[in-house]
Design a protein around this ligand. Structure first.
Ligand code: SDX
Length: 437
């Protein structure tokens, strides 16, 4: 348990105020400013919450300087090498690896809840053909709350069983909705989930098999997909998880809170970056611009043109996930005998970025999004679906944080303060007053 064995003193307008310091289990320090406004009349101002913690959490630990990432204490490197995604999802949501009995029960429930209500199938046909799958995904997820209203928003304490069922439902149905949104986009009939296939194999089958052509499920592809989903499963208080927590803090049900997370993840600065990386690599390939010239354009743009897949709010070294994904990418493309020219451009960009003063001085390294799209391409997933894949992976993290926030004894509605910089009080002039009533 964290201890508060020292205090922080603030000297402000001739007075000294003390605030408790919280020390986390990995010795992170947090100054608890709950009493700041009462003591000083001031609030903090921290654009982007760069220095602001919103909670204490026991789910994921990351160290941005050392490139450490652990889920419930387990290094992601170990989990990626030795576990399947559904086991890691169970770990994040429940706090421990599943026992053989729990694994069997979890697998059975995922199968039981893998179908969506037949009425929901018709929703797909009402979206325009060019609808982005992230828009469909968030709409479908919030719609689940109409078909499964068991998580009422009016009981302060949801029964544990109801949350477990809702979490399992969401874990299984999001995969089905994702595959159906792809089939809809290519005008093919939906392929239903099968109980004889495990999570990733089931997803690949729903995505790529068709009534006229069965899909060959290759173990190397299943393994690569498990690794990718595991590496995306959680990342402490990232933008989309913070959105899930914020929306959930109003006691919004799990489905609607996750739909908010999906919308936040869609952003090109966040989960949408994996699609932007491929757009960027295709732009370099198709324009004939050299990598060197492209990087110089980025540097000269003063932040208006970004090197997507590079940089991170927390990691100031190589994203540990990117290291694993890069190796997974090289291995899979070699096994599948795929020669993707975009991979060569990515390698050249990385080499350039890792030696250029502009990137080194700003601690800009490849992040989780830099190589993931190359793997999705090799599997046959179109780039419009890349952020959907990120959402599939991040879902257990969102569920875990939504649950943890509601169980937190310090749970509160999230409502940040501001510093007002608008006009001081003024009086309506006669000419501004309306005549008609
Ligand atoms: C994810 O938070 C998480 O954990 C997220 C995530 C997760 O698992 O949930 O890890 C997933 O979102 C990864 C990030 C994916 N996004 C991208 O790849 C988009 C490109 N990256 C940038 O948009 C940026 O790096 C951010 C948004 C990721 C982080 O930006 P910060 O922390 O707000 O830093 P900043 O924008 O203040 O940048 C500092 C400097 C600036 O230059 P100066 O003003 O100091 O001259 O670095 C520059 C920026 O212009 N910079 C970049 C750059 N990223 C930062 N310049 C060129 N290309 C970039 N990618």
């Amino acid at each position: 348990m964290p201890t508060s064995d020292d205090v922080a003193s603030l000297h402000f307008r001739g007075q000294t105020h003390e605030f408790p310091v919280i020390t986390g289990s990995e010795n992170e320090l947090g100054i608890d400013i709950a009493a700041l406004r009462k003591k000083t009349g001031a609030v903090t101002l921290d654009y982007g919450y760069i220095n602001t913690g919103s909670c204490e959490s026991a789910i994921t630990y990351l160290d941005g300087e050392k490139g450490i990432l652990r889920y419930r204490g387990y290094p992601v490197e170990d989990l990626a090498a030795n576990s399947r995604f559904v086991e890691v999802a169970y770990l994040l949501i429940n706090g421990h690896m599943p026992t053989p009995h729990e694994r069997t029960e979890w697998s059975g429930l995922l199968n039981q809840h893998s179908m969506i209500h037949e009425d929901m199938r018709h929703f797909f046909y009402r979206f325009p053909d060019h609808a982005h799958p992230m828009a469909i995904l968030s709409a479908m997820v919030v719609s689940l709350s109409t078909f499964y209203p068991e998580l009422s928003q009016h009981r302060p304490e949801e029964p544990e069983e109801a949350i477990h069922i809702a979490a399992t439902r969401l874990m299984s149905k999001l995969r089905t909705v994702a595959a159906f949104s792809y089939k809809k986009s290519i005008g093919e009939p939906f392929v239903y989930p099968r109980h004889d296939l495990k999570y990733c194999a089931n997803f690949l089958n729903m995505m790529f098999s068709s009534p006229v052509c069965p899909y060959e499920i290759r173990p190397e592809v299943v393994k690569a997909l498990n690794v990718l989903l595991i590496l995306h499963a959680d990342h402490e208080q990232n933008c989309s998880t913070a959105a899930v927590r914020l929306v959930g803090s109003a006691r919004v049900n799990l489905y609607a809170s996750v739909a908010a997370g999906i919308c936040a993840l869609w952003g090109p600065l966040h989960g949408g970056a994996n699609q932007m990386v491929i757009d960027m690599l295709e732009e370099i390939r198709d324009s004939g611009t050299s990598v060197r010239d492209y990087v110089e354009q980025v540097k000269a743009s003063k932040g208006r043109k970004l090197l997507y897949g590079f940089g991170h709010r927390v990691y100031k070294t190589y994203d540990p996930r990117a290291k694993i994904i890069k190796k997974c990418c090289d291995d899979l493309l070699s096994v599948l005998k795929v020669n993707d020219p975009l991979l060569d451009i990515a390698h050249e960009l990385e080499a350039y970025g890792l030696h250029d003063e502009y990137f080194l001085s700003r601690n800009l390294y490849p992040n989780v999004d830099f190589y993931s799209g190359i793997i999705y391409r090799a599997i046959g997933i179109p780039k419009e679906m890349f952020t959907v894949m990120f959402a599939l992976g991040r879902l257990p993290g969102w569920i875990a944080h939504w649950k943890e926030a509601r169980e937190d004894p310090r749970f509160k509605l999230q409502r940040p303060r501001q510093i007002y910089v608008g006009p001081n009080m003024r009086v309506l002039r006669d000419e501004d007053k309306t005549r008609e009533h």
